[in-house]
Design a protein around this ligand. Structure first.
Ligand code: NDP
Length: 295
């Protein structure tokens, strides 16, 4: 059997960023508007610092203004909420995100709910999640949105396909299941209490793993020809003691069975950032009452 086709998230994300950059320039020329993104980082978590830096770099590259805030690890919840209120009120800031995880002293849900939903470019606010249920009107969470774009470029017709989502988090698994449902797939959501996980996975035409368990998904779990998206980002040590990134899928095994697969890194990750930029552009247009460009 031939190896699975690689789904190139890096390439698709670069294409999306280019389009967002073009539309950002058009917005500036036509209306004098420059989308502004405020990414808030609390503390010094190494992975979060990398994510924030990537978001800042790409925002600048597409011509957006960057208003990132780096806050002390021990900031109180009250102080963070006050900063979110200030960002909500600032008209040059169109998109706000607060990088997670936050410290145990801060309730992430309270912080998200404090955001103006029109500026919640991560799409985590309950207004945006209920819009997702309704099927229109909100800002769609970035990783699930990116997964759908990857699927749409890989599969010509999603109608009636069996989709299995591993993981039920509020930021990936649950919103992704909603989008898959809206695309007329038949969706199964699994979690850490699911029985017979390999058997359920073997029934999937589309398998999306978002569980944070390095290389858990093995080749014999996969239906031959299935499309596999690996959302997981896990830092593990190699035999030589080096740090490396792996997904939730055992790539070397699964690539032999699947029809198409995303690599880690270079699959879903770049799409998440590109979708964040797209959401910031959309947010800017909506806040200023100008037409949202076709992307
Ligand atoms: P969470 O920890 O919030 O959720 C993990 C989910 O996986 C839970 O629903 C959990 O079940 C389930 N789970 C855990 N272990 C197993 C298991 N052995 N079998 C079946 N289900 C299991 O994670 P996130 O959704 O935030 O992230 C998931 C992964 O995706 C992580 O590796 C993260 O780094 C990565 N990620 C990548 C992004 C990207 O841009 N590529 C963006 C966001 C996340 P239960 O609910 O029962 O606990």
């Amino acid at each position: 059997m031939s190896k699975a086709r690689l789904i190139d998230g890096k390439k698709l994300a670069a294409k999306l960023r280019k389009t967002v950059g073009t539309q950002t320039l058009t917005l500036k020329k036509a209306y004098g508007l420059v989308p502004g993104l405020a990414a808030v980082l609390v503390g010094e978590d190494p992975a979060s610092q990398i994510y924030i830096r990537n978001k800042e770099t790409h925002a600048r590259e597409v011509g957006m203004n960057n208003f990132s805030r780096r806050l002390a690890k021990n900031i109180s919840e009250a102080k963070l909420l006050k900063i979110v209120s200030e960002l909500n009120a600032d008209p040059v800031i169109n998109g706000i995100l607060v990088q997670q995880p936050l410290s145990k002293k801060i309730d992430a849900f309270t912080v998200i709910e404090k955001m103006d939903p029109a500026k919640d470019v991560d799409g985590f606010h309950s207004f945006n999640l209920s819009a997702l249920f309704r099927g229109s009107g909100g800002l769609v969470p970035c990783t699930p949105k990116g997964c759908m774009m990857l699927l749409e470029t890989t599969i010509s017709d999603l109608n009636g396909a069996n989709a299995v989502v591993l993981g039920r988090s509020n930021i990936v698994g649950k919103p992704l299941a909603q989008l898959l449902l809206a695309a007329n797939t038949t969706v199964t959501i699994t979690h850490s209490h699911t029985c017979n996980l390999p058997e359920i996975c073997r029934n999937a035409d589309i398998l999306i793993a978002a569980i944070g368990q390095p290389k858990l998904i093995k080749g014999h779990w996969i239906k031959p020809g299935a499309v596999v998206l690996d959302v997981g980002i896990n830092r593990i040590k190699t035999k030589d003691g080096e740090q490396t990134l792996v997904g939730d899928v055992d790539f070397d095994e699964v690539v032999e069975i699947a029809g198409a697969i995303t690599p880690v890194p270079g699959g879903v990750g770049p799409m998440t950032i590109a979708c964040l930029l797209e959401n910031t552009l959309i947010a800017c247009c909506r806040q200023n009452g100008v037409p949202v460009p076709e992307i």
